[in-house]
Design a protein around this ligand. Structure first.
Ligand code: ATP
Length: 256
């Protein structure tokens, strides 16, 4: 079964910018796919269309075989609960504790601010938040303010918050772009371990081609809004990756 199907999706913004042009791909349930492409190639626009924050100009998107392309926000909201998002800049509330940030991950299921506020949350939710924090190795920092953590730790908190949602599909938008190479690798290893153990589906935007080749089972690539690469990692050459960024004119030196 496909967790995600994108069918001939085109997105033209009001100012005439063609961000996506007839992009099609499928992601099977449990698959880990990396999305690559130069700045401005349409990756974020693709994510916004999948998560319902932009509407494609034409084409269709299906999540678990249900078409979501033009659902109203009210009808899309219950489906969005199943999509866990991880962002480059973590999107934590920095003057609140780590624990509170993780509890907020249950907002989609509860829709009541008090139910996910630390002093009022149920024992069940509080225990779940601690278990999620424990899974990312940060239970001992639960009471610390989020702005007193390193970047790698903040991304781990964001992953714990995402786990509170019990998502089925994860959209990770450059999850390691703000981190140094060591912290970035640790976050990728953690994310992929969790994806494997929970049999989640993941689509992950990356700019580091060597990390993409290491973690992605399959790589897809956009160039100027068009899908120009979609293959298993083992079938992808250095030239395939170069052509995503440089139209084959220059060479990347860091790709093995
Ligand atoms: N709201 C908008 N209105 C007009 N043009 C937009 C809008 N959002 C994005 N674009 C344009 O659409 C194109 C694709 O942008 P997008 O942000 O999807 O690229 P990206 O691949 O995510 O880039 P990056 O790697 O820099 O994040 C760019 O030309 C961008 O300027």
């Amino acid at each position: 079964m496909n967790a995600l199907s994108v069918r001939e999706v085109t997105k033209t913004f009001k100012d005439g910018t063609n961000a996506l042009e007839k992009v099609s791909f499928d992601i099977k349930t449990g698959e880990g796919v990396v999305l690559l492409g130069h700045n401005g190639s349409g990756k974020s626009t693709m994510f916004k269309c999948i998560s319902g924050f932009e509407t494609p100009t034409s084409g269709e998107i299906f999540i678990n075989n249900q078409e979501i392309t033009r659902l109203s926000d009210r009808r899309y909201r219950p489906l969005r609960k199943n999509i866990g998002m991880v962002f480059q800049n973590f999107h934590l509330i920095y003057n609140l504790s780590v624990f509170q940030n993780v509890l907020f991950g249950a907002m989609g299921q509860n829709r009541n601010f008090l139910k996910v506020s630390a002093p009022f949350a149920s024992k069940l939710l509080r225990e779940k938040a601690m278990a999620c924090l424990d899974r990312v190795g940060l239970a001992h920092l639960a009471s610390r303010r989020s702005d007193q953590l390193s970047g790698g730790q903040q991304q781990r908190v964001a992953i714990a918050r995402m786990l509170m949602q019990d998502p089925e599909l994860i959209l990770a938008d450059e999850p390691i772009a703000s981190l140094d190479p060591k912290a970035g690798r640790e976050v990728m290893e953690l994310l992929w371990e969790i994806v494997d153990e929970r049999k989640l589906t993941v689509l992950c935007i990356l700019h580091q081609t060597e990390i993409a080749m290491e973690f992605g089972e399959r790589l897809i690539g956009l160039n100027k809004g068009r899908l120009v690469l979609d293959d298993e990692k083992n079938n992808i050459s250095k030239n395939d990756l170069n052509s995503l960024y440089y139209d084959g004119i220059e060479e990347l030196s860091d790709v093995q």
